[in-house]
Design a protein. Structure first.
Length: 378
């Protein structure tokens, strides 16, 4: 039986960041992961994730985003990896839509630099877009994208550099409180530690059933298309990331062409998935899904759906209120949980890693995380 200070279960975005932060603080860290160091079975793949500060999900997130940006820059410097790129970003919709009104409220409350563009100005500056006359956009220069695979690799690289014991293809089978700590069992052995950090991603309904939260695991499809006429108008120095809300409240999000002339541009529906589990995830992308996206985005970005290149499903782990769960476990002081990131969590990976390290080593954090207390669900 091996003894550690902290065991981290799940080495995707949040878990890898926690392992790095803990190891950098001198903690003896064991990291356990069901799959390899790079896999497509969770929510840390797909080449890109939107990052933005004018946050329509709530102004409470903005202080965390400001810290996350600083930590992404530091992660890039320390690891030598390309993890974040700022392209500018557009939040598009009717003025009273959640996407526009919520982003504007956050920007104004926190004094974030932004512009409001009407439909005519939006078309003039970004001619790939075809907004309706009653649609406007909030433009934020500091929006862009982060690369999930590179971010996880950077965190694992630095965790290992600081001495973390990272074990892949060794899933946890059980855990139990033991004295003032925990015992974790895998097929490969039994390990004890003073603290346990659980970052289970879409396995949260199984591993954290005792929280009493009705997690919904959703299959979401990411699409890549080669635009008509090529990617030149979609280059990152010419085209921003975007979130676009329609009159019925549906949303798409998309990226510039970040992977060269043949890489196409990525687009996806936001929270328009179907229920699944990690074990039953349908990894195929079907013709009707492609046709639906082509019809939808073709009315808004007429040149984008020129030729379908590929599709890739991922999973959202969504809570009933779409806010995160980050806290000490209500029933176990030696356990910290991070889950339910609801399709908008990856941009917070760096700061969540810092928060989890705070909770596991100090029992508290200076970061504002009251919104993420699992006890809010009763």
């Amino acid at each position: 039986m091996s003894a550690y200070d902290v065991i981290v279960v799940g080495l995707g975005g949040m878990g890898s960041a926690a392992a790095f932060q803990l190891a950098a603080r001198g903690q003896r860290v064991l990291g356990l992961e069901k799959y390899g160091p790079a896999h497509d079975r969770g929510a840390s793949h797909g080449g890109s994730r939107v990052t933005r500060q004018s946050y329509f999900e709530g102004p409470e997130y903005v202080p965390l985003l400001l810290r996350a940006y600083d930590l992404f820059d530091q992660l890039a410097t320390d690891s030598g990896r390309d993890v974040i790129t700022l392209t500018g970003g557009l939040m598009i919709g009717r003025p009273d839509s959640r996407t526009v009104a919520g982003s504007r409220a956050s920007a104004e409350q926190w004094g974030l630099e932004h512009e409001i563009l009407d439909a005519e100005e939006l078309r003039r500056r970004f001619p790939t877009l075809a907004p309706q006359p009653d649609e406007i956009a909030l433009y934020e220069a500091k929006a862009g994208f982060v690369r999930p695979e590179a971010t996880v690799a950077a965190n694992l690289q630095l965790a290992g550099k600081h001495g973390a014991d990272l074990r892949f293809h060794e899933p946890m089978t059980s855990w139990e409180p033991v004295g003032d700590g925990v015992r974790v069992t895998t097929a490969g052995g039994s390990y004890t530690a003073g603290q346990l950090v659980l970052a289970p991603g879409p396995w949260a309904p199984e591993l954290l059933a005792d929280l009493g939260i009705e997690f919904r695991i959703e299959r979401q499809v990411q699409h890549w298309y080669q635009p008509r006429g090529g990617v030149e108008p979609f280059r990152p120095d010419r085209h921003p990331i975007y979130v676009w809300e329609d009159a019925e409240g549906g949303q798409i999000y998309g990226f510039p062409a970040i992977d060269g002339p043949e890489g196409g541009a990525k687009i996806a529906f936001f929270r328009r998935g179907t229920p699944t589990t990690p074990d039953t995830l349908d990894t195929a992308v079907h013709e009707d899904e492609i046709a639906e996206m082509v019809a939808y985005c073709g009315r808004r970005l007429p040149d984008l759906p020129g030729r379908f290149l590929r599709g890739e499903p991922c999973m959202y782990s969504t809570t009933p209120d779409e806010h995160f769960v980050i806290a000490r476990h209500p029933a176990h002081e030696s356990v910290t949980v991070a889950c339910g990131f609801s399709g908008h969590g990856f941009k917070f990976v760096t700061v969540v890693g810092e928060i989890l390290a705070d909770l596991a080593t100090c029992g508290a954090t200076v970061h504002p995380i009251g919104l993420f207390d699992p006890r809010r669900f009763g």
